[in-house]
Design a protein around this ligand. Structure first.
Ligand SMILES: NC(=O)c1ccc[n+]([C@@H]2O[C@H](COP(=O)([O-])OP(=O)(O)OC[C@H]3O[C@@H](n4cnc5c(N)ncnc54)[C@H](O)[C@@H]3O)[C@@H](O)[C@H]2O)c1
Length: 329
């Protein structure tokens, strides 16, 4: 049974919250709204460490079977769980990723989570033997963007062939840097912003195949990704901005199974009244900042006439209606 999302809450993401608190904009009780997941199968990339490992543990606690795709194995104490299956996989290599998907059977949820930080200054001058500026390698794009798109592609391809009528979900680990860019991480911020574009473009299409697509945008989370000196600086100056991996993991699992009172927005030929359809949590992104959860996509869509312009919004809506090729429902 799907957990029922709660209606609006006056906290509106302004105060700290417990895992079982009721945050704003229809996010239910993130902890208590996660029912047993016995019989469900999840696949998670980057599930051996940090946020991915915390998510893996929550899913295992709830009775799901979990396939972890990672270049590194999970900690030994977790591997003993017979419901955890580790697949050595470099997500940036298509053949690796496709082979790992082929090793799994039926999948209900996919968590697109593997990620790396910007490993160098992409805009520093680096020259070859002739003194010519060289093109940087793009590991941060390969892992955070190209591999994420490929993971969505393999998931969609698999899920649309599986029996219809079951709730399938894809959840991407985005970043706060997709909404508020980090000047130290321009290419990482760009890659994570692109994931938002992917979610926004696919949410009105992929749902037609019974699949939801959502994101979670963590702020600073204490994992191996964040260098110790940065973690220390943020914890000292802005402790309210720092999250525990488990708190983020709960938002990821919640995003795969929750319900919503309305859609984020209508698209193309949709009728205005379609906005008020209840259904599965779809096209949303939960910002996780410290101990608070805030859903960001609904207000971003609702406020579009203000920031994009009322006339611009109306003109574009008509243009997108003209090119809406989805079959009528
Ligand atoms: N920690 C933060 O502050 C923070 C903030 C915002 C977003 N995120 C995002 O959260 C996600 C998880 O990061 P984390 O903080 O848990 O970091 P982490 O380093 O603890 O975990 C990342 C995992 O991804 C795996 N991985 C990396 N490259 C891979 C590859 N090519 N193929 C397969 N696996 C690979 C690593 O082995 C590791 O297990 C990432 O997408 C990251 O961008 C993290």
């Amino acid at each position: 049974m799907q957990p029922q999302a709660l209606s609006q809450h006056p906290m509106n993401g302004r105060g700290p919250m417990r895992e079982d608190a009721t945050p704003d904009r229809g996010i239910g009780n993130v902890k208590s709204d996660i029912p047993s997941q016995a019989g469900k199968v999840a696949l998670i990339t980057g599930g051996s460490s940090g946020i991915g490992l915390a998510t893996t543990k929550i899913l295992l606690e709830k009775g799901a079977t979990v396939h972890v795709l990672d270049i590194n194995p999970p900690p030994e104490e977790d591997i003993v769980n017979t419901a955890l299956h580790y697949h050595h996989c470099n997500v940036a290599v298509w053949e690796d990723l496709r082979a790992a998907f082929d090793e799994t059977g039926h999948i209900d949820y996919v968590f697109v989570n593997a990620g790396v930080l910007e490993e160098k200054d992409y805009f520093a001058d680096e020259t070859d033997a002739e003194g010519m500026l060289v093109e940087p390698g793009y590991r941060v794009l390969d892992v955070n963007l190209r591999a994420a798109i490929n993971t969505v592609k393999l998931s969609w391809s698999r899920m649309r062939k599986q029996p219809a009528g079951r709730p399938y979900s894809i959840v991407l680990t985005v970043s706060v840097a997709a909404y508020v860019s980090d000047q130290n991480l321009p290419v990482y911020s760009g890659a994570k912003s692109a994931l938002l574009g992917l979610i926004r473009s696919l949410r009105s299409v992929i749902i037609r195949d019974g699949i939801t697509i959502n994101g979670v945008a963590p702020g600073a989370t204490l994992t191996n990704l964040v260098p110790a000196h940065m973690a220390e600086a943020i914890t000292a100056q802005s402790p309210a901005a720092v999250s525990e991996p488990r708190f983020v993991g709960l938002a990821l699992v919640y995003s795969a199974i929750a319900a919503q009172d309305r859609e984020v927005e209508t698209y193309g030929k949709d009728k205005d009244t379609d906005l008020w359809k209840r259904g599965r949590w779809n096209g949303r992104v939960i910002l996780v900042l410290g101990k608070s959860y805030t859903e960001l996509e609904e207000p971003t869509a609702d406020l579009r006439p203000f920031w994009f312009g009322r006339e611009n919004t109306a003109v574009l809506r008509r243009a997108y209606a003209a090119t809406d090729l989805r079959p009528a429902q």
